[in-house]
Design a protein around this ligand. Structure first.
Ligand SMILES: [Zn+2]
Length: 421
């Protein structure tokens, strides 16, 4: 992706602003100003030497002015981007006493581990996540939304649908039921797990019924699909995104590009995390010796598939990690692997993790870029991710919806303490 650069000439005048008088007057909250030297705005643009002004929960201006009574954070020693988005994070998965926690665990303990994961994820700079496939996510989603527990904004599918969920008519009814239950989108399993080979499981008719009904009632659809056949069927059924896609072929990627189907590759964290934590999973369900042998081979396969996908013109590659137990808070590893091993242009990787993932969630008007009117989800990292992708491991400032949740001193110095003008 070509990097466009804006030079803010404050002496001439560089201010984009929208009037938000009602909000300021009602809230009575002082504006917050983030002084920044380098901003990657999430759309591929670089802004230099700008002040980002936040009123309430939204960005009101990106420019030169500093309002009186503003609380100022000086982020000029850091690189500023929108809050990152992980479109695929199993936020409640965790270890308990050295093993993957199961359904026999006390629900209260499980939800508190979920809170741990939420805090780890937010502190890593991820201000929004999408959790596919857990009926209890909604409690955590709603608790974080109340604004006391720190955590990313959560979108959840609640219970996923599979080939065993029933006939096309039964699937349509289940989609309607999930909507009533408060699901933000629908998760479908259209293929086996990579540990079992990844072949298509849901029929074309089942996918058409589920994705068709979801579209009708205004819900997006996220489809777990490893094989080319499963990804093709999901694309032709009008589903929103294909997850994993380890064995997707170039012709199916081209079909996805034509249909605007998002591809969420998950090449940098999930398999590595399983292998690192093998002893904590081994012996549970399909986490057996054979499954691990598949996953060990899978790492090279998924990277190769990703490299091919990068060459497909117009393919929308969003940013999901498939984070499971042990991976929360390390969501940025996906970016490092995509850039370092996959050869992705780092600016394209940042766009993927911000505005493009926001678009995959239908939230591009609210999150994923730094511009007036957007939610004030803003992070700053110590280092330049274009030059050093591991900078994403050093997120030292996190604001979500105008609230500062993390603000620590970086190695680069800086002055994270707010100052009044
Ligand atoms: Zn998953």
């Amino acid at each position: 992706m070509k990097t466009r650069s804006w030079i803010a000439l404050c002496s001439i005048l560089f201010t984009t602003s929208i009037a938000l008088p009602v909000l300021s007057a009602q809230s009575g909250i002082e504006p917050i100003v983030l002084k920044a030297k380098t901003v990657y705005d999430g759309t591929g643009r670089t802004l230099h030497d700008v002040n980002i002004i936040i009123r309430g929960s939204v960005i009101s201006e990106v420019g030169c002015e500093i309002p009186t009574d503003a609380i100022i954070y000086d982020l000029r020693g850091l690189t500023v981007t929108p809050g990152w988005i992980d479109t695929h994070s199993h936020i409640l998965w965790h270890f308990n006493e050295g093993r993957l926690a199961g359904s026999d665990e006390q629900p209260l303990q499980a939800i508190l581990y979920g809170v741990d994961n939420a805090i780890l994820t937010l502190n890593a700079g991820f201000t929004t996540i999408q959790s596919p496939g857990s009926p209890t996510d909604a409690y955590l989603r709603d608790a974080i939304k109340r604004g006391v527990i720190p955590g990313p904004r959560i979108r959840t599918s609640l219970q996923p649908l599979t080939e065993k969920s029933g006939t096309p008519d039964q699937l349509r009814a289940l989609v309607d039921k999930r909507k009533q239950q408060g699901a933000d989108f629908i998760k479908l399993f259209a293929s086996q797990s990579i540990r079992d080979g990844g072949a298509q499981t849901m029929t074309d008719a089942q996918l058409q019924a589920a994705c068709g009904e979801a579209t009708k009632v205004g819900l997006r659809t996220m489809v777990h699909a490893h094989s080319a056949a499963a990804a093709k069927a999901a694309t032709l059924a009008g589903c929103t995104s294909v997850e994993h896609g380890a064995y997707v072929t170039d012709d199916v990627f081209r079909l996805m590009a034509e249909h605007g189907t998002f591809y969420d590759p998950n090449i940098g964290l999930v398999l590595q995390n399983y292998i690192e934590n093998k002893a904590k999973f081994l012996g549970i369900g399909n986490y057996n010796a054979e499954g691990f042998a598949f996953m060990e081979k899978g790492e090279a396969i998924t990277k190769e598939t990703f490299k091919r996908a990068l060459k497909i013109k117009g393919l929308k590659i969003d940013y999901g990690t498939d984070a499971v137990a042990g991976a929360h808070g390390r969501n940025g590893e996906e970016f490092i692997v995509r850039v370092r091993d996959g050869g992705e242009d780092p600016m394209a990787g940042i766009v993927s993790a911000t505005s493009l993932s926001a678009a995959s969630m239908g939230m591009q008007d609210q999150i994923g870029s730094i511009a007036p009117g957007m939610q004030a989800d803003i992070i700053a990292m110590d280092g330049d991710p274009l030059k050093d992708p591991t900078s994403i491991r050093r997120v030292v400032f996190v604001m979500k919806g105008g609230t500062v949740f993390k603000n620590v001193v970086s190695n680069a110095g800086g002055t994270p303490n707010p100052a009044r003008r």
